[in-house]
Design a protein around this ligand. Structure first.
Ligand SMILES: Nc1nc2c(ncn2[C@@H]2O[C@H](COP(=O)(O)OP(=O)(O)OP(=O)(O)O)[C@@H](O)[C@H]2O)c(=O)[nH]1
Ligand SMILES: [Mg+2]
Length: 193
């Protein structure tokens, strides 16, 4: 560790690290959202369907997020649960225009909420009702109703309407996540700025 690193640690200038799981069906826009949250010079121009998962990083004003961007394809969804234990926050992305698969998204969410590594934890969940730019998208209120989010009583949650291509709605979500992640897990470890 260099002198500057040690100094920033002593002065409390390091950002806390939070491990986030990014979940949701394939094609919902998870990778596009995470990509957009990175600094513009680190953004990839070409988003392809995720194979398995990828580990990404982005920062907010006071936190450093390490994101497990999981593939939402059916054949990879059984990987998700292996990362639940280490997750300190969840981003769950929904394609608001995909009405046909809204019921599948709800099934996956219910399975997540009932998993032993999640069920009894006050882990914050940020929902992105994504693809709001598409003409046949339903509103975030409707997504919230279709997924029965009001039944989640024991975890902080929040839903944001987003357009990941333009980056709209993402900052509101990250601001909420930052606040909740700090409150619910004061033990997150220090990392370098
Ligand atoms: N119109 C529109 N398209 C979007 C939006 N977000 C993502 N997309 C598009 O949706 C497609 C899928 O996006 P990804 O980010 O790869 O989706 P994913 O959830 O990571 O998919 P998997 O990795 O397969 O689980 C891409 O063609 C994106 O450009 C959005 O807000 N609006
Ligand atoms: Mg992806």
């Amino acid at each position: 560790m260099g002198l500057l690193d040690r100094l920033s640690g002593l002065l409390g200038l390091r950002k806390k690290e939070v491990h986030v799981l990014c979940l949701g069906l394939d094609n919902s826009g998870k990778t596009t959202i995470i990509n957009k949250l990175k600094p513009s010079n680190a953004q990839s121009q070409d988003i392809v369907p995720t194979i398995g998962f990828s580990i990404e990083k982005f920062k907010s004003s006071s936190l450093s997020f390490t994101v497990f961007d999981m593939s939402g394809q059916g054949r990879y969804r059984n990987l998700w649960e292996h990362y639940y234990k280490d997750g300190q926050a969840i981003i769950f992305v929904i394609d608001s225009s995909d009405k046909l698969r809204m019921v599948v998204a709800k099934e996956e969410l219910d399975t997540l909420l009932n998993h032993p590594d999640i069920k009894h934890r006050r882990i914050p969940i940020l929902f992105f009702a994504n693809k709001m730019d598409l003409r046949d998208s339903v509103t975030s209120v409707k997504v919230s109703q279709l997924l029965c989010l009001e039944n989640i009583k024991d975890k902080p949650w929040h839903i944001c309407a987003s357009d990941a291509i333009k980056g709209e709605g993402l900052q509101e979500g990250v601001d909420w996540l930052q606040e909740k992640a700090v409150q619910s897990d004061p033990s997150c470890e220090d990392v370098k700025r």
